[in-house]
Design a protein around this ligand. Structure first.
Ligand SMILES: NC(=O)c1ccc[n+]([C@@H]2O[C@H](COP(=O)([O-])OP(=O)(O)OC[C@H]3O[C@@H](n4cnc5c(N)ncnc54)[C@H](OP(=O)(O)O)[C@@H]3O)[C@@H](O)[C@H]2O)c1
Length: 159
């Protein structure tokens, strides 16, 4: 099963501020949609709360320690491991969609990291883990011009 992280960070490594993403970059969300459409999104409870509902065209698995947390049209799992077991049953591509806590948990087990870097420093309290590490190799890179320019990169785990 291929497991990928999909994330966007600022130049100073921020992905969020409280429950919000602290930028609006035209086109960047379309890229997220294109990469993840038809697949499974695994996300932390806080990220799901910030979205408020499942994203169309994708299955959603939420990770929470709260046994009473539930959501229509989503699965809720108590660990990353159990979320991956549920995901495997669905036979679709698996994307780790944040936030910071879940990226940190998942980075050691993913094969692929799709990461956009917004060319701006922002204030925020949720960082992306230290990346790239020596375990990953750059496989693809595209630069996009927008209201804030950004770079999309795909990294693959070294064999
Ligand atoms: N820029 C991007 O690409 C991007 C993408 C996604 C999200 N974000 C941003 O990231 C921020 C949210 O990230 P976050 O780190 O605060 O929260 P998060 O990772 O979305 O969710 C954290 C929650 O996940 C559950 N959890 C974490 N570790 C667990 C474990 N080991 N076992 C079981 N459950 C576990 C807990 O839920 P319970 O408290 O319910 O137990 C915890 O409160 C927001 O600002 C959001 O906008 C940015």
């Amino acid at each position: 099963m291929n497991i990928s992280i999909v994330a966007a960070r600022s130049l100073n490594g921020i992905i969020g501020n409280s429950l919000k993403i602290p930028w609006v970059v035209k086109g960047e969300q379309a890229l997220f949609k294109k990469i993840t459409m038809g697949g499974i999104l695994i996300m932390g409870r806080k990220t799901f709360d910030s979205l408020g509902k499942p994203l169309p065209g994708r299955e959603t698995i939420i990770i929470s320690r709260n046994e009473n947390y539930n959501c229509d049209q989503c699965k809720v799992c108590s660990s990353l491991k159990s979320a991956l077991v549920e995901a495997e049953k669905l036979k679709k591509s698996v994307f780790i969609a944040g936030g910071g806590q879940i990226y940190e948990l998942a980075l050691p087990v993913v094969n692929t990291v799709h990461i956009s870097t917004i060319e701006k420093e922002v204030s925020g309290d949720v960082p992306f883990p230290k990346f790239p590490t020596k375990e990953f190799i750059l496989a693809e890179e595209h630069r996009f011009t927008s209201n804030i320019n950004y770079i999309y990169q795909r990294f693959e785990r070294r064999k």
